[in-house]
Design a protein around this ligand. Sequence first.
Ligand code: ADP
Ligand code: MG
Length: 603
Amino acid sequence: MTIRQLPETLVNRIAAGEVVERPASVVKELVENSIDANATQINTLVRDGGRAEIIITDDGCGIARKELHLALERHATSKLSGEDLFNISSLGFRGEALASIGAISRLKLISRRLGDEEAWMLEVEGGRIGDLEPVAHPIGTRIEIRDLFYATPARLKFLKTPRTELGHINEIMKRLAMAHPSIGFALNDGDRDLLSLAPIGGELQNSCLKRLASIIGREFAENALEINAEREDTLLTGYVGLPTLNRGNAKMQFLFVNGRPVRDKLFYGALRGAYRDFLASDRYPLVALFLTVPPDKLDVNVHPAKIEVRFSDANKVRGLIVGAIKHALAEAGHRASTTIADGVFASARQSHIPSSRGYPNFINIEKKFPQKEDQGPNLFSSNNNCDAPLAASVVNDGFSASTSESPDTSGFPLGVARAQLHETYVIAQTSDGIVIVDQHAAHERLVHERIKHSLETGGIRRQGLLIPEVVELDPSSAERLLARSDELLELGIALESFGSETVVVREIPALLKNCDVQSLVRDLVIDFDENDEALALKDRLGDITAKLACHSSVRAGRRLNADEMNSLLREMEATPHTGQCSHGRPTYVELKLRDIERLFGRR
Ligand code: ADP
Ligand code: MG
């Protein structure tokens, strides 16, 4: 066969194959055009999942009559002034969307610029452009697309159900709306509004949060931490959710680069890094982040649909994201998400109380509490002996009626401890509600944070055991344990060989005073048997510290006195990341009085 130049329509159809994968791609290209045209309101109407009809109207700058033809030509754009592909500040620049869409559908382009007396319309059918006609239309642009893919039937076969396609359209509209809060967005499928977002004025960060709240949900806005960080010429803003607000997939993780929604491996990796210590690996935080990068440090021309970008300094971007999130999470201290309490109330409302049996007998669980100046012993201070036998009077009066008046809870976000139930849960009274702490989870987290902090600042302090602990193991376990003795020493555990089947533990971390050394060592052996030997213990700090904490003092099932309970609460307030355990589960739940009152029909 001889070589021939392909006709224009065919070239456009080939290009359309890359740009227009499905109806949502059309919506994306057209809405981006409207955003580039400085529209303040963009409305999308779709029928049959976009297959039958897509109509997008905007109140943007419009297209001049003499340029309407050109807008439909391939490689015709108003957005590249020079020849620089590395200085792009608009969403579009390839000049092929309208040409591609026109090549595979029936397209109507209507536009009117400010000052024009009338609007003009051009029709395209399967790539053939008709003649200009005057029509009545307000300032802005209206693009109508019918019978998408009629000219490329092979593509039609790949379309999913109208519902699924509509879902994709909704998704892309939402993403674009998140990045442009000052623009109003509406999506209608002929029957109902799927999206109706009014333009939000005012300061950007604030309007951004409002927009995110209306798209991702109120719970996100309530449980998100603000991000505002800068590294040289790169700016990162947006919101990240508390670890306790998480999902089973990454669908609620949004990244925008210079106003463009992108999916980027670097971003997902950075998120995993930032949340590693606070979430199990199969849980995903909710995040919406906006990167602003100088256009010349970014290649946006790596994907035909422009959903991927390439950074000239990827490490810097990654470092910025991880650093900013870690900082925000540390600042959040002991905060855990409010959604947990919401869940408690939802399930409480669902369960009904059997009326024939009457209500359970509540005992008065009032309890002595420490004065504010006396914040109780520090659970971690070296002179604190958490496992010392508790004075009988203190233990018992936690469960008997007492005449103490209501405590002064001011200044204590996690409140003043009033009781311990089931030797596991500490109940505290706050100024406007109650807090229930899972003492085991909380203590585990505190130990984790302490160990991490010590490792970062000069090492873990060890404490010699008065009587070294001799632990008998099988020879191979002993060998495996001893092979890691250097690493264990770094974590504060000094052990050495004592014959082939025995190890002797001489020192343990000072902050784990009085831990059950025998079972700790056995647990570590099991851990080493089960886990990858190549992985350094420090990289599995969450698992290891959980084990260490587990065998020290405040585990579940241990009775705490008032001072111990309150010092646990104060420690939690003072230590970052204590709102959740290492797997993203909460360490405490806060129930507000107003919600409790509602539960009992008092409100
Ligand atoms: P690109 O967006 O890459 O420039 P398109 O094919 O999407 O290419 O659009 C071609 C041109 O048509 C744009 O550069 C712009 O000048 C004009 N245009 C398209 N849509 C609109 C719109 N909604 N409002 C104003 N101008 C538009
Ligand atoms: Mg475009």
